[in-house]
Ligand binder design. Structure first.
Ligand code: BGC
Length: 575
């Protein structure tokens, strides 16, 4: 709470100023006079455009416990609330009332509750001056500006960096680095930052004598020296993990949500909150390839799987993600990024909006709020090309749109960058913070080498045009396992494009996506035929060949042939 002004009376706050975001912040514990405040209301405009805005409101009750609540305010301008979530909001003239939903009426002493809404306005969108909770005045914005007033930038109440990657070096995982360096030519990339996957409970203390979480964080402190350093962790152990595939099934059964919370997330959160690590920027990417399955791979879709139907029905993906976001998001130097699939999965209209809504549902479950979310990651462990230069979604050939080509097949996006930027806009429009940033995993989406097209395809028809020009050489966009022909993509770096916090190598190059045949193991990993080069496909890749490399070990294990291919086909090429 770096920017709350203290006053002798009730209380602090700032006016909405000059830009899209602003905060009305009541006194917090520690402020002069705070003890007298029966309640505080933190009203934040999260995103604002010329005719509308979204806001997030957090109420803290300092009085007696309540089992129902109602907050009121009045607008000085012509704001109208048009829709709301996590509260029933009504408006009469300028007066707004927000009352609890059936599921969030409990407000203990010292407890907080958050809700959000979208509204319209014209002219200025000033933050209301006064709020009441059940008729009692909470906090007053005196509108005087002053410190924290119109000339200051919007506050960052969490104290987190806007982009944790900016101005920081990345943690090099010594275990991955050693494997990379042991490969012929591998020293060219062995000093790149890659994700540390906490893919089972035992990974917290270290598997088979390997490094545990504290070992990585201690090593990160050593690598950090006096500058800034980010370390990337992958939170990956949901109950019923990988419901649409088998290659990365995990240790927890579909119902083991309590074990996920108490034996996985809680211990991780306890370690990350250790003050020893407070100066590290800890990036946590949350549960790869989970939530979108609840949209795309459930009944009545032809792509439904029984396991995804089970996970949709029991809600344990949303609960697990919400719980992780809430616990980890509370730690001041932890930055949560939720997995948001990739364009070859969610780029169709039927999948795009509903998946964004699903992320919102998860991010407002189990105590999480949208402020626990720093951004989203796309293309993790996937192969979608970053930018297709030789065709655009708006191109037509003989009057036929490229969207009608077999490759694009009505998708709205041709590549990962355009998808990531559009998904970001969508997420902001439904209430995520306007400052969220995207990460794009470029560990295996380079598509260089001799097969890389150097110009557009022939204009015979849309298929020759798209297929002749596309960098992504997969047989089908839905193929995802150890793809033949793929190369390393862009090297990790911060702020590469608008809205993108960084290109990252979250899935470490050289680690298998799944075994090409059944291999017994004690990790819960199954055999998914999408990793078998002889497989002829299923509805999720429109019954095409899998395009997978042969002789792959189980997912996560070192796969030298894949590593060598990724280096050979790197784009930009390795020098
Ligand atoms: C595997 C994990 C592994 C990760 C990184 C996932 O597909 O299931 O066990 O840690 O990839 O290689």
């Amino acid at each position: 709470m770096s920017r709350t002004r203290t006053r002798t009376a009730l209380l602090a706050a700032l006016t909405l100023v000059g830009g899209a975001t602003g905060t009305a912040m009541a006194a917090m514990p520690g402020d002069v006079g705070a003890a007298a405040v029966p309640c505080t209301v933190d009203y934040k405009v999260q995103n604002q455009w010329s005719t509308g805005f979204t806001a997030s409101v957090t109420i803290t009750n300092n009085g007696a416990a309540k089992s129902a609540w109602s907050v009121k305010w009045s607008y000085a301008g012509n704001q109208r609330v048009t829709s709301a979530w996590n509260a029933k909001v009504t408006q009469s003239g300028a007066a707004v009332t927000a009352a609890n939903e059936g599921y969030n009426g409990q407000l203990p002493t010292g407890g907080s509750v958050n809700f959000g809404f979208q509204g319209s306005y014209s002219g200025t969108n000033a933050i209301p001056a006064t709020f009441t909770l059940d008729g009692v005045t909470c906090n007053v914005d005196d509108g005087s500006g002053g410190p924290g007033g119109p000339t200051d930038p919007p506050p960052n109440p969490s104290g987190k960096a806007d982009n944790p990657y900016a101005g920081a070096k990345g943690y090099v995982n010594p275990e991955w680095s050693a494997k990379a360096a042991a490969e012929p030519g591998g020293s060219r990339i062995a000093n790149q930052p890659t994700g540390v996957w906490l893919d089972r409970i035992a990974a917290i203390n270290g598997v088979n004598g390997g490094m545990g979480l504290r070992d990585h964080l201690d090593e990160a402190l050593r690598q950090k020296g006096t500058g800034e350093l980010y370390i990337q962790l992958v939170i990956y152990n949901l109950p019923g993990r990988d419901c649409s595939a088998l290659a990365s099934n995990g240790e927890l059964g579909p119902t083991e949500i309590d074990k996920y919370k108490t034996q996985y997330i809680d211990p991780i959160a306890a370690i990350l909150a250790d003050p020893k690590y407070k100066d590290l920027r800890i990036v946590t990417t949350i549960e790869i390839d989970s939530l979108p399955n609840l949209v795309t791979n459930v009944t009545p879709r032809p792509t439904a799987t029984p396991n995804c139907d089970v996970m949709k029905a029991n809600g344990n993906y949303q609960k697990g993600v919400g719980y992780a976001l809430n616990k980890l998001g509370d730690i001041p130097n932890v930055y949560n990024y939720i997995d948001a699939g990739h364009h070859g999965w969610l780029g169709w209209d039927d999948n795009f909006g509903p998946s964004a809504d699903m992320f919102k549902t998860a991010a407002t479950t189990e105590g999480a709020t949208v402020s626990d979310v720093h951004g989203f990651i796309v293309n993790t462990a996937n192969y979608s090309a970053l930018k297709e230069d030789h065709f655009k979604i708006t191109d037509t050939v003989n009057g036929t749109s490229v969207r009608q080509s077999k490759w694009v097949d009505w998708n709205r996006y041709t590549d990962e960058l355009s998808y990531a930027q559009a998904m970001r806009d969508k997420l902001v429009s439904i209430g995520f913070d306007s400052k969220i940033g995207m990460l794009i995993d470029t560990s295996r989406n380079g598509w260089g080498g001799t097969a890389r097209p150097t110009g557009p395809g022939a204009l015979t028809n849309v298929d020759t045009y798209v297929d002749g020009g596309r960098y992504d050489r997969r047989i089908h966009l839905g193929n995802w396992c150890n793809q033949a022909g793929a190369g390393l993509g862009e090297r990790p770096r911060a702020n590469p494009e608008p809205g993108i916090d960084a290109y990252v190598w979250m899935k470490p190059p050289g680690e298998s996506d799944g075994s090409s045949k059944e291999i017994p193991n004690n990790e819960g990993k199954g055999f998914d035929r999408m990793c078998d080069p002889t497989y002829t496909g299923n509805p999720r890749n429109n019954n095409n060949m899998s395009g997978a490399l042969p002789d792959a070990p189980i997912s996560g294990h070192w796969f030298s042939a894949q590593f060598q291919q990724l280096m050979r086909n790197a784009y930009p090429p390795l020098s």
